[in-house]
Ligand binder design. Sequence first.
Ligand code: CDP
Ligand code: MG
Length: 148
Amino acid sequence: MSDFKLDPDKEYTLVLVKPDGYRRGLTGKILARIEQKGYAIVALRIVQATDDDLHEHYVEHRGKHFFESMVDFMQSGKLVAAVIEGTRVVEGVRSLVGATNPTEAAPGTIRGDYGRDYDSGQIQNLVHAADSPSSAAREIKVWFPDAC
Ligand code: CDP
Ligand code: MG
């Protein structure tokens, strides 16, 4: 699939451009913000997520009231998975992404600038970023099993 291999001396995070971001043609803009900050995209793929992918990716949310509708939303179209590299990249990309709710996310963040609430009730917030180095390592395995 890809010849990319993780370097144990480097820091990585895992980003998903969610189906709403891909559908709206925002993949380039979202990834550009991450590149403009100075981080490197080191692996990239466009994928239709399976149930197994999402149950593993969102393992900490299994059983929560929003889980099933969120999984449906994450399967509503293709998504773009990326591995991003750089010093303190996990916290740096979380800061670029902004708060979970797109109405509340600060202007200047990806979710704050491109996202809003809709009557569907399902949060559509364009992008996912791993919240810790250990989550990043687990999530990279989900989307890039050959990289590990
Ligand atoms: O994505 P982030 O880490 O900011 O938020 P989270 O609390 O880890 O939730 C993961 C994802 O679940 C969110 O980004 C939303 O897509 C979804 N979610 C939802 O649909 N409804 C909620 N009440 C909370 C989260
Ligand atoms: Mg999270």
